[in-house]
Each structure stands twice: as C-alpha cells, then as structure tokens.
Design a protein around this ligand. Structure first.
Ligand code: OXD
Ligand code: MN
Length: 589
C-alpha cells in the first residue's frame, strides 16, 4: 500500500531506505489485523496467553528488564535555539541529534517488518484533534497504538485531507541502554525514538506527541496540552461539571478519573463519568469557557495498587481484551500484582516468584485497555467540541504542609499554584523514588519548551471575556505524625470535588487564608466517614512558618527560569509571601 499524500509516501520510502526492513505493512486498524498481530506475537513469544477463561482476549508482554520506564536523561528536546528548550529539558542541536540517532537507525529493521501507523489523537472528526504517523518495527507498539489512539484507515484519510502530520520514527533496536535516545524536534513536528520498547518511550502518540510536541504547537496556536485527567461529576439534579486534574505520574490520575462515589453519594444519585486519565487538550470556546478533549482512546495504566478497593472500574475494564506488561502470574496464568488477592507464582521477569527478588510485578507494570471497556466511560468523550471545564485541579504527593484542598484567588494565583507543584518521585520514571521534586503542572518530563514561556502561555488565557475555570490544589497524601495517610482518598475524594463544585456554583463561602480559600467549618461533607475532628484540623492546617519557607523555596525555583520567567508570576509569589508575613486574620476550623 501507499498513500495519496506524496509527503507521507516520500517519508516512508526514506525511512525504509535507511532502516532496510524485510517488508512494510501499512496499518488499517481492523480487527483482522489486530488478531493476526496477536497470533504472530504469541508465536514469537512477544505475547504470552493469559487464562482465557478468566481473562478472555488478555495477553502478557515481558519487556527487557532494563527497559521498564521512561528515561528522562535520554529524552531530548531539540529546538534550534537551546534557550527555547529551557532548563526543564535536555537539549541537543537538531543537526547533531539527527546525525546521532540516524546512525542508530541505519539498517535497524533488517529482517523485520516495518509498520506504518497513521493515528489520530482525539475524536476523528474533532477540530481539536491532531494526527500523526508512527513508523515502528515493534508489533507490540502497533497493538498498543491501536488501543491508545484512533489508528488506521480513518486517521490516514484525515491526514491525506489535511496534508500534514507529526512524524514519529521508532525502532526497538538492541534495547541497549547505551544506544537509547528519545528525541523531539518540535519545530519539525518530528519524533525519533531508538532502543526502547517501553510505552512512554515507544508509543509515540502518547507522551512524545500528545504532550511534548503538542504543548509546543499549542503555545503558538493558543491552546493547552496538559498532563491531566478529565472527569465528569454529575449531581443528583443531573447537572455535570467537568474537572481536569494534573498529578505527576503514578499519583492516582486513573483512580480519580474512574472514581466510585461513596455509598451515601451513590444512593443520592451522584455519578462519575470518565473522559480521560492522562492527557487533556483544552482550548477556549466561543463562549469564553475552556473546552477539553482526551486525545487518547485507551488507558495505559499502572497495574500495582489497582484493586477492587482502589479502582473497581479499572479492574472491570481490564477483565478482558487487555495487554498487560510486566505483571506477575498466578498458578493458573491469571495476571497478578501487589494489591490483588491471590498468590503470585511467576514474577514479572518470568522467574519462579521469590520475595527475595523484590515485588512480583514490576512497580511500573501496566495494562493497556480500550477506554470503551470502562463502565464509567462518558459518551461525551467522543464529542468533537469537547467538554466545558469548570475546575482545574493541581496536586502531588506531599507528606506535609499542603492542605487537603485549597482554591486559588484568581487565575494568576492558580498558575502560581500549578507552577509550584511538587511531588515525591514514583516508579514511572527511572531514578530514586520518594524524593521531593518540583513538577510544575505535572509537566516537568513532558513540556516541550521553556517552562518560563509555558507559564507565560498559561497566564495569557486570562483575557477580557474569558470564563476560566476555578483553580484548586489538592493533596491526598498528607501524613500524620505516625506516618500514616490522614485522608482515606479514592472514592472519598468525591467529597473534596463536591466542595469545589459548590465553590464553582457559588454555593459555599469558604475560608480565606493567606495561601488560598479552604473549606470553612461544615462545608466539607463528611457524613458516613470516620474522620476525627483532630484529623480534619490537621488536614486543613495552614502552618504559617512552614508556608513562609515554602514560598521562599518557590521563589528560588521560579528564579531558576531566568529572564523568561513572567514577572507577573514572580510578583504573585511575592504577593503571597507578603500576605504570609501579616498576622493571620482568620483561624482555620
Ligand atoms: C504515564 C506517565 O505513563 O506519566 O502516564 O509516566
Ligand atoms: Mn502520565
């Protein structure tokens, strides 16, 4: 097959001439194509069949043990000018980067099939969607891209109509960490990834396109590409508010997106609708509100910790037609990870399970599943114009200081809250786990340009006529003196979302504090929950001294962006810092 679009044909031919595959397959996205790929991977051992009685259509993939997470130190943003990539990215000059990575692609597909994957990020007919083509030699990538994007003939037709697309070239290569690079050329709408088969490095539609390249494009086109879930909260009156929330990797975005209301809420008629669990593209609509789409069509979720108590909707979603990566197995070939009942017998590397070797499932083991399999999947997720966003939420893992919830005074203060976001690191990226790092808007690993310019872009949405969402910051992870989490989290988080919506609707007054508006006494609905008064006080405590130190640290962090930092943001930080010097007016309940 070929394409009607000469630029696409030409590029495919150029890549084939360099990588020298045995054959080329243009993906049409059909069921027959998927079934044939699965059969082929079962034969080669790329996939292992799971128990088809308990998990029909489910397979296990084991990656190379050295290739289990995103590799930020090998991920580059290659803009013409170094300062455009910013201190938040590793940078390499585009010419040098092409030379370096093209040398690795030389003959890299010899004896293998080269797959051409046209894909669309977002509903196929949405003006907010963007298309790309990934070329890869990995059938595992093809199968995952089919689930995670709108892939195949319809996407190719749109690309041919539009005449442009993001070019993504991927080869698993030798899986040698010394010969591994994930390179982005935002000015050329191009991605080149070599030497890794791991999701975030290899499924180029996801982090590489929908965040790094898209954030760059969004800046010049006046929209936002964010690392956010999108969830719809329907109240008993049948009104739905959509909330977009940014948390760093492995901080519970998938759980919040699929939240099950506490029993009392369910009885009263509250419902939760899932639109997306990882990426959100937003743009102002004609009415001045921000409208969002989820550019993805599936979930690439972290398996460990996913259980009937944490996320029953996810567990139902992955009970059939799912690809698992690096999970453990039970004696009867069911997928297993820490947090599930049952006993692991084989670990993620295929060895007999021995606790001395560490967890049975890799801490960053994953499931890939179509969003349509989620019981709470919202029909609105397919709507071309997207959903209007009522609230934006930032959050991270902060064992101390940050209250359960606070609301920004206005958009600028909210942007400061997002910029100041910090979190303890998790297993989603290689490196130490449990270290506090600032991760503005949860975009540190994904913002395709200078953070200073990015903050400025965020600020620029505050314009006359704009009806912007309210901005909040949450912390589900605050710990007490005994080191235990103070807040039960999971479904109970709806209580916090309900308060936010009440604020959006102007139904509660809140309590103004120097750091933002917190729930006033009685505003957070806690009926049916065992939470002592002391615990609530601790969760909503504003430690002025601690906050003074925090604001000082935020100021230093902002200064690291030099003269690209918008002065408005530094002024906002100073404003909050000054408010903290004043004697506190209102005591927190
Ligand atoms: C992810 C991540 O895979 O953020 O979603 O690492
Ligand atoms: Mn993510």
């Amino acid at each position: 097959m070929t394409s009607k679009l000469a630029a696409l044909d030409r590029w495919v031919n150029e890549v084939a001439a360099k990588t020298r595959p045995a054959q080329i397959h243009w993906c049409d996205g059909s069921d027959a194509e998927y079934r044939a790929l699965v059969q082929q991977m079962l034969q080669t051992g790329d996939l292992i069949e799971l128990n088809q009685q308990t998990h029909p259509g489910c397979y296990l993939h084991r990656s190379n043990p050295s290739d289990v997470a995103r590799v930020e130190h090998l991920t580059f943003v290659c803009t013409e000018r170094e300062q455009d990539a910013g201190p938040n990215n590793h940078w390499m000059a585009p010419t040098e980067a092409h030379v370096k990575i093209d040398a690795l692609f030389e003959g890299s597909m010899e004896g293998r099939t080269m797959y051409v994957i046209p894909y669309c990020m977002g509903p196929i007919d949405s003006p907010l969607s963007r298309c790309g083509v990934e070329i890869t030699d990995s059938p595992y990538v093809v199968a995952n891209m089919r689930t995670m994007t709108r892939m195949g003939a319809a996407a190719q037709a749109r690309i041919e109509r539009e005449g442009h697309f993001v070019k993504g070239l991927h080869s698993t290569g030798e899986l040698d960490p010394e010969r591994r690079f994930i390179m982005h050329f935002p000015e050329q709408l191009t991605i080149k990834s070599y030497g890794s088969g791991y999701g975030g490095n290899a499924l180029l539609g996801k982090k590489c396109h929908a965040l790094r390249i898209a954030s760059f494009q969004a800046r010049s086109e006046g929209w936002l590409a964010e690392h956010m879930l999108i969830v719809g909260i329907e109240n008993p009156q049948g009104q739905t508010h959509y909330v977009a929330a940014a948390f760093p990797s492995a901080c519970g975005k998938t759980n919040l997106a699929m939240l099950i209301p506490p029993e009392g809420y369910r009885k009263n008629g509250w419902r939760v609708w899932t639109i997306g669990d990882d990426i959100c593209w937003m743009r102002p609509g004609e009415d001045g509100r921000l409208y969002a789409i989820n550019p993805e069509a599936g979930f690439f979720g972290v398996a460990p910790g996913t259980s009937n108590s944490s996320n029953p909707n996810a567990l139902t979603s992955i009970s059939h037609d799912t690809i698992f990566t690096n999970v453990a197995l039970t004696a009867d070939q069911q997928p297993w990870w820490e947090g599930l009942p049952g006993t692991p017998v084989v670990d993620w590397q295929g060895r007999p399970y021995d606790p001395a070797n560490g967890p049975a499932a890799h801490p960053n083991s994953r499931f890939t599943v179509s969003a349509k399999q989620c019981p709470t999947w919202s029909p609105k997720a397919e709507e071309a114009q997207g959903v209007p966003i009522s609230a934006i939420v930032f959050g991270g893992r902060r064992p101390s200081l940050l209250p359960l919830v606070m609301e920004a005074q206005d958009w600028t203060h909210g942007v400061l809250m997002g910029a100041a976001m910090g979190s303890e690191t998790t297993a989603a990226a290689t490196g130490a786990v449990g270290v506090l790092r600032r991760d503005s808007m949860a975009m540190k690993p994904f913002c395709g340009y200078h953070y200073g310019d990015y903050f400025n872009h965020w600020l620029s949405f505050d314009q006359p006529g704009a009806k912007l969402p309210k901005i909040f910051h949450v912390n589900w992870f605050r710990k007490g003196k005994d080191g235990k989490f103070l807040w039960p989290g999971f479904g109970e988080n709806l209580r916090v979302l309900e308060w936010m919506i009440a604020r959006v609707e102007g139904k509660v007054r809140g309590l103004e504090t120097p750091i933002g508006t917190l729930p006033a006494t009685g505003e957070l609905k806690l009926d049916g929950l065992e939470l002592s008064r002391e615990t609530l006080t601790e969760l909503l405590d504003v430690d002025l001294e601690g906050w003074q130190a925090e604001l000082h640290a935020i100021g230093e962090y902002l200064d690291s962006f030099g003269d690209r930092l918008p002065s408005r943001l530094r002024q906002e930080q100073q404003r909050v810092q000054q408010t903290l010097q004043l004697p506190r007016k209102a005591a927190n309940a």
